[in-house]
Design a protein around this ligand. Structure first.
Ligand code: UD1
Length: 434
């Protein structure tokens, strides 16, 4: 099993580049199901979840080419022949976002079988809101042998008010609505940039969508969609992780190929903590920290609030700040697995319910630690970058699900980090949060 060996103490200096957003690429790949034509997606990140989605689409009969070059990362998908509209358990259990194929399969084939995702480390993660919405659009959904089966001759437009804001739920139902008969009105939608990215792609395919990026989205269904070439947004969570890396190591880092407009809540927190943040251009940000860092509270919220996917990394940062920071997790019920490991490295964090209290400014010392999910792994790398000595991070396959060659990128700006083991050796461990 791969491990990272990290020696702390170096400030990060130079320019680091952000890859395409995994959480945009996943729904956009699923959207290829909606057309018989070829779909080309650019700026695809080279991470394990994308490979899992390739396997998922291929197992249904799609032709998927995935190419990673120096200049271009792209995939070309043809779903002309979808012989087997089934998302098998073997794949769904390794990546919960597999449930994103439910809406598009149903819209395109009139039938879909999708294995029910089990629980995962950060909580129950139900998909009840996806199912409720599809039923309102006329699907009949049954459950047998661990699979959900959804059927309908043709989906029809409906008025759907989400009980709770859900990112993949909004995306899944949006993909169902674009081929439904009539108009669908969605309320209380997720406003994440990944939803907007998917809506932009669908619109280029011929869909009629109004209001993506706001809580209310209106869709007028069409009979068919055509092929498209679409460029995936930069990954705002990877960008946020690098910004924290610059600040925590007291470095001077330019984070390039990002979209500052998607990073508002993160940038203002970094400034509150005492980092200096300069937006250099429409796609690059400089972060510097030389003085003392100050404690600041966060409370995770749906976009445009502070993202839950940055909570663990932020917590690593405030272990290095003077004073006490409260970190409240509002989105997921069990997303503090990194706390124990950070404490093993010398942090002083206590958890009560959904709130973690971080008492800074701790002297972190290197330790052998275990990655428990994607973003928890990132927080441990950040802590290891400032810990005294050499840390060993086990189970970095969690990291490989969502960060493209992070060790090479960090080494390029001065970090001492190396991988032991084989990159991308096959894994069967269940996937997690995001
Ligand atoms: C997506 C992101 C993930 C991020 C999360 C919240 C992808 C692939 N993953 O996950 O990185 O952490 O948004 O920003 O884009 N819920 C229900 N019923 C449902 C659906 C969700 O109760 O049918 C609850 C969830 O348990 C959770 C909350 O709603 O408490 C938000 O979850 P949701 O936005 O759906 O997360 P994902 O889309 O799975």
């Amino acid at each position: 099993m791969d491990k990272f060996v990290v020696r702390g103490g170096n400030p990060l200096l130079g320019t680091i580049r952000v890859s395409g957003a995994k959480n945009s690429a996943l729904p956009c790949m699923a959207a290829a199901i909606l057309t018989e034509d070829e779909v080309t997606l650019e700026n695809i990140p080279q991470v394990r979840d994308i490979e899992t989605e390739r396997k998922l689409l291929a197992s249904m009969g799609a032709e998927v080419e995935l190419g990673y070059g120096r200049a271009q990362h792209r995939t070309t998908i043809s779903c002309r022949n979808l012989s087997d509209p089934v998302a098998k358990y073997e794949i769904v259990k390794t990546m919960r976002a597999s449930s994103l194929v439910l809406g598009p399969l149903l819209a395109r084939c009139g039938v879909a079988r999708v294995a029910m995702p089990g629980g995962c480390a950060i909580g129950g993660r139900p998909i009840d809101l996806h199912l409720k919405g599809l039923e309102k659009m006329g699907a009949v959904i049954t459950q047998e042998h661990g699979y959900l089966e959804a059927k309908t001759p043709r989906l029809r437009g409906a008025h759907i008010v989400f009980d709770k804001i859900t990112v993949t739920g909004t995306e899944d139902l949006l993909m169902a609505a674009v081929l439904a008969e009539g108009e669908t009105l969605f309320e209380n939608c997720a406003r994440e940039p990944e939803v907007t990215d998917l809506a932009a792609m669908l619109t280029s395919m011929g869909a009629h969508i109004e209001g993506a990026g706001t809580p209310t989205i209106k869709v007028r269904g069409v009979a068919r969609l055509h092929g498209v070439r679409h460029r995936i947004n930069p990954d705002r969570i990877e960008a946020g992780t690098f910004l924290v890396a610059g600040a925590i190591t007291r470095g001077d880092l330019i984070v390039a190929n990002c979209n500052p407009a998607h990073l508002g809540a993160i940038l203002s927190k970094l400034e509150e903590v005492g980092a200096r943040v300069d937006i250099l251009s429409s796609d690059s940000i400089r972060v510097r920290a030389d003085g003392a860092l100050k404690a600041a509270d966060i409370s995770t919220q749906e976009y445009p609030g502070f993202p839950t996917d940055m909570q663990a990394q932020y917590m690593a940062l405030v272990t290095q700040a003077e004073g006490v920071s409260q970190v409240r997790e509002n989105i997921f019920e069990n997303r503090f697995m990194h706390v124990q490991e950070l404490n093993r490295m010398g942090a002083n964090i206590s958890v009560e319910g959904r709130t973690a209290t971080v008492r800074g400014h701790s002297h972190l010392s290197a330790a052998a630690v275990m990655c428990s999910d994607l973003r928890a792994s990132a927080s441990l790398v950040l802590a290891a970058l400032v810990a005294d000595g050499e840390s060993i991070l086990d189970r970095v396959y969690h990291m490989d699900r969502g960060y493209e060659r992070i060790e090479e990128k960090l080494r390029g700006v001065g970090a001492q980090i190396r991988r032991m083991g084989n990159v991308f050796a096959p894994r069967e461990e269940p996937g997690n949060a995001d």
